[in-house]
Design a protein around this ligand. Structure first.
Ligand SMILES: C[S@@+](CC[C@H](N)C(=O)[O-])C[C@H]1O[C@@H](n2cnc3c(N)ncnc32)[C@H](O)[C@@H]1O
Length: 468
C-alpha cells in the first residue's frame, strides 16, 4: 500500500490524453485526521473587493461547490482613452513588478525613476519588451490606482522562538509579516486544475479573478496568482535569503477535479469507475487563446520567467526526478516523472552552502547515496520519507530539508506559505531553524500543529539549545 500511495494515479476514467497530476500528501493527512467529508468551498471574507478583485471591502462567505474549469481566454485589451490626461502618479515599488521591468529600463523609457504618471505606465505597457507579470495589461493602471489608495496593514506576526502556524489566505497573512524577517521560504503549491483541497476557499486576485488558488479558469490565471504571491513574499525575505518554490506542470486536457483526499485514494486503488462527466468539478480544454488539447502548459518555466521580470533572481530551475509514479494511459507522449523546484533569490549571491549535501542525513536533504552523485546538481533524486501509518508522502521531507540546509544558518526563520501537513516545519525544526507556516485550511493547520508539537515535545536537548 505504501508503494501505491507514493505514486501518481492512472486516469482510467479520463476521456482524453490527460494525466492525473495529484500530489499525494493528503493521503497522509487522511490517515492522520480522518478527512473524508466532501469539500464545501467558501469565498474568503478578505480585505479586497469582489467586483474588481482588487483591494477593498469583504466578499461573500457563502459555501459553494467549485465550478468547472473552462480555459477560455477572455477577449480584452488596454483602453488607452480611459486613462488619457490622468493626473495619477504611482511609486516605483508598485509599478516595476507590475510592468516587469528593471528600474534602469523603466528610466530609459520614461526618464523617471521613483514616481510614474499614468502616461509613463502606458509607455511601459507599449514596449516591445513588455510581458505581463501578475496583472494583465488591460488592468495595470486600475490595479496601481487601487493599490496606491489601499491602507497598509500594520499588525505584525510575532517572530516565533520555535514555530507559529496561522490560518488564512496567504496574501492577507503575508501583510502581517515584518519586512526582511524571513531567511528562507520553502513550499509546495497546489497544482493548477487538479485538486479541490479540504476547505478550498475562493479569494480575490489582482487580475480580477475570484477563485481558490489552483482552481483558475486558465493556466495564465494560476501563473499570475503565483507571481502575485511571489511579489508579496519578496520584501518579507532577507536580502541574502532564498525562496524555494516546488510546483508541477499541468497539461491542457479534459480531466476530473477530485473532490477530496478519500476520492483520490479510491481512484489510486482503482475503485473509482466514474466517467469524466460524472465528476462534480471538471476541467475542459477548449477555448484557450493558443493552447491546444493535450499540450503541456509549461507553468513552472513561465512562473520562473515572470518572477525574474518582477525583480527576483532565478538562481536555478531544479528537476525533482521522482522515483515512484504509476504508468499514465498515454499513447501520444512520454510519461512524466518530474516536478520542479525553482530557487529564487533577492540578490545574485544569497546565503548558500553546499556542505550540508555531504553532511546532512539523507532523509533531511543530505545526499541520497543510492541515486545521487558527489556533485550537488540541478537534478534531485531524493530519499522518500514514510508518513504516518507507513504511507509514502509525495513531498518527501528531504525536499524542504535540502532547501533549508543549503540556505539557512541555525536560528534562521523559515516560512512555508502553503504549509499543508507541516512537512517543511518538521525539516526546519530538525535543522535548528524557527518556522512560520500559513495555510487557508484550518484542518491542515490543525494536523500540522499536532505534528510539530510532537516534534518539539520530543526534540533532543542539543537541538533545543541550538535554537535561538
Ligand atoms: C500542495 S499542498 C501543500 C503540501 C505540503 N507541502 C505538505 O507536505 O503537506 C497546498 C496547500 O495550499 C493550501 N492553500 C490553497 N490555497 C491557499 C491560500 N489562498 N492561502 C493559503 N494556503 C492555501 C491548501 O490548503 C494546501 O494545504
Amino acid at each position: 500500500m505504501s508503494e501505491l500511495l507514493g505514486m501518481e494515479a492512472p486516469l482510467a476514467d479520463c476521456p482524453n490524453d490527460s494525466v492525473n497530476e495529484g500530489r499525494l500528501f493528503e493521503t497522509e493527512l487522511t490517515a492522520a485526521v480522518g478527512l473524508s467529508a466532501p469539500v464545501e468551498p467558501a469565498v474568503h471574507g478578505g480585505s479586497r473587493d469582489q467586483s474588481s478583485g482588487l483591494w477593498g471591502s469583504p466578499v461573500d462567505t457563502a459555501p459553494r461547490q467549485l465550478p468547472d474549469i473552462k480555459p477560455r481566454t477572455p477577449v480584452r485589451a488596454l483602453d488607452r482613452g480611459a486613462h488619457a490626461g490622468s493626473r495619477l502618479s504611482f511609486g516605483a515599488h508598485l509599478v516595476l513588478p507590475s510592468v516587469g521591468f528593471s528600474a534602469a529600463f523603466a528610466q530609459r523609457v520614461t526618464g523617471k525613476r521613483d514616481q510614474f504618471s499614468a502616461d509613463d505606465v502606458i509607455k511601459l505597457l507599449d514596449q516591445d519588451a513588455f510581458c505581463e507579470t501578475f496583472v494583465p495589461r488591460s488592468r495595470v493602471i486600475d490595479y496601481l490606482t487601487q493599490r496606491s489608495e489601499a491602507p497598509r496593514d500594520i499588525s505584525e506576526l510575532p517572530n516565533p522562538d520555535g514555530y507559529d502556524l496561522r490560518v488564512g489566505h496567504v496574501l492577507d497573512l503575508l501583510l502581517q509579516i515584518p519586512d526582511q524577517s524571513v531567511n528562507c521560504v520553502v513550499t509546495s503549491t497546489p497544482y493548477w486544475g487538479l485538486r479541490m483541497y479540504e476547505d478550498s476557499i475562493q479569494v480575490p486576485w489582482a487580475d480580477g479573478e475570484i477563485c481558490a488558488y489552483g482552481h483558475e479558469q486558465t493556466p495564465e490565471g494560476f501563473i499570475r496568482h503565483t507571481v502575485e504571491i511571489l511579489v508579496a513574499l519578496a520584501p518579507k525575505v532577507a536580502v541574502d535569503g532564498s525562496i524555494w518554490w516546488n510546483v508541477m506542470d499541468s497539461f491542457n486536457t479534459r480531466t476530473q477535479i477530485r473532490g477530496n483526499a478519500a476520492e483520490a485514494l479510491r481512484a489510486m486503488q482503482g475503485l473509482d469507475n466514474r466517467a469524466w462527466a460524472d465528476h462534480a468539478a471538471r476541467r475542459y480544454s477548449a477555448g484557450h487563446a493558443y493552447l491546444k488539447d493535450g499540450e503541456q502548459c509549461m507553468i513552472p518555466a513561465r512562473i520562473a520567467e515572470r518572477a525574474s521580470r518582477a525583480g527576483l533572481w532565478v538562481k536555478t530551475m531544479i528537476t525533482w526526478a521522482k522515483r515512484a509514479t504509476l504508468p499514465e494511459p498515454q499513447n501520444s507522449r512520454v510519461s512524466r516523472n518530474l516536478e520542479n523546484v525553482i530557487h529564487l533569490a533577492r540578490q545574485r549571491t544569497p546565503k548558500f552552502s553546499r556542505s550540508p549535501y555531504r553532511t546532512a542525513e539523507p532523509r533531511f536533504g543530505g545526499r541520497n547515496h543510492e541515486w545521487e552523485s558527489e556533485k550537488l546538481s540541478d537534478v534531485w533524486m531524493l530519499s522518500t520519507s514514510h508518513g504516518r501509518g507507513g504511507h509514502g508522502a509525495q513531498f518527501p521531507m528531504a525536499l524542504p530539508g535540502r532547501c533549508i540546509a543549503l540556505t539557512t544558518s541555525v536560528g534562521d526563520l523559515v516560512l512555508d506559505p502553503f504549509v499543508g501537513a507541516g512537512t517543511s516545519g518538521v525539516a526546519a525544526l530538525h535543522h535548528g531553524c524557527r518556522f512560520i507556516g500559513l495555510d487557508i485550511s484550518q484542518t491542515y493547520v490543525s494536523a500540522a500543529k499536532e505534528r510539530l508539537s510532537n516534534i518539539t515535545a520530543t526534540r533532543p536537548a542539543d537541538r533545543v539549545s541550538r535554537m535561538r
